[in-house]
Design a binder for this molecule. Structure first.
Ligand SMILES: [Fe+2]
Length: 239
């Protein structure tokens, strides 16, 4: 299922990765900026976004900071009469702080059928990442790796990703990666993951209005169009 906001775009109806709660991470700074992005989301065919602020050493958000910000944003959407559904989860940086939360059975911000969006350092291959995700799974969560195509430490070697896939980790590829927004290597890895049917979710990972142009470029990509129509893509299951 996909939107028809613009005829040439095949927009998944639900976005699962963005930074649209103002002022709490490296995403939008103000409610006005958030509204500006969401108006554009509606125009290009999205009906809903599950926005995912960072919970990261640089942005130590809590469930409260995220849900309070979500409420303000929802109120503003209502005031502006914008027909768009927005929920919040988080993009968790997998580190000791995160694992303590998992092992203490703290409530982890998840979406859909208990999916949890996770990321790692881009530069250094994380130690214990697999065992962390295994612990997360054993607590009943379904880890979704954010932008597997962008981890620079892979240097084109996808073995780490294949291992995660074998463990049952879901993959969220960022739409603008298909248009080369992050460079040649992420574009190439996105293509390989597409060819190997390893993409479970598409996401915008939108941080600011200026990135919309690249998102639209990605939405014109033939692989993205095929994925958006594919029954294997899980975005529509969250509508
Ligand atoms: Fe992100």
């Amino acid at each position: 299922m996909f939107g028809f906001g613009r005829r040439e775009l095949a927009t998944p109806v639900v976005d699962i990765h963005s930074h649209l709660i103002p002022g709490i991470d490296d995403g939008v700074r103000t409610l006005e900026q958030s509204i500006e992005v969401i108006r554009k989301f509606v125009e290009i065919g999205y009906a809903k976004a599950i926005t995912t602020p960072h919970i990261h050493p640089n942005y130590p958000n809590s469930k409260d900071s995220i849900l309070n910000g979500l409420e303000s944003l929802q109120n503003r959407l209502h005031e502006e009469n914008i027909d768009f559904e927005i929920e919040a989860a988080a993009e968790y940086f997998v580190d000791e702080v995160f694992m303590k939360k998992v092992n203490r059975n703290e409530n982890i911000l998840s979406f859909g059928s208990n999916y949890v969006l996770v990321e790692s350092s881009f530069l250094n291959k994380p130690l214990f990442f697999e065992s962390c995700l295994f612990d997360l799974q054993s607590k009943g969560y379904l880890p979704v790796l954010a932008h597997p195509e962008r981890y620079r430490f892979l240097e084109g070697d996808l073995e780490w990703l294949y291992e995660l896939k074998k463990m049952g980790v879901f993959f969220q590829v960022t739409i603008s990666s298909f248009a080369g927004f992050y460079g040649k290597m992420p574009q190439k890895i996105a293509k390989t993951l597409f060819e190997k049917n390893m993409i479970d979710f598409l996401g915008s990972d939108l941080h600011r209005f200026e990135q919309i142009h690249f998102l639209e470029e990605g939405l014109r990509n033939q692989m993205v169009k095929k994925l958006s129509k594919s029954q294997f893509l899980r975005n529509a299951s969250l509508s």
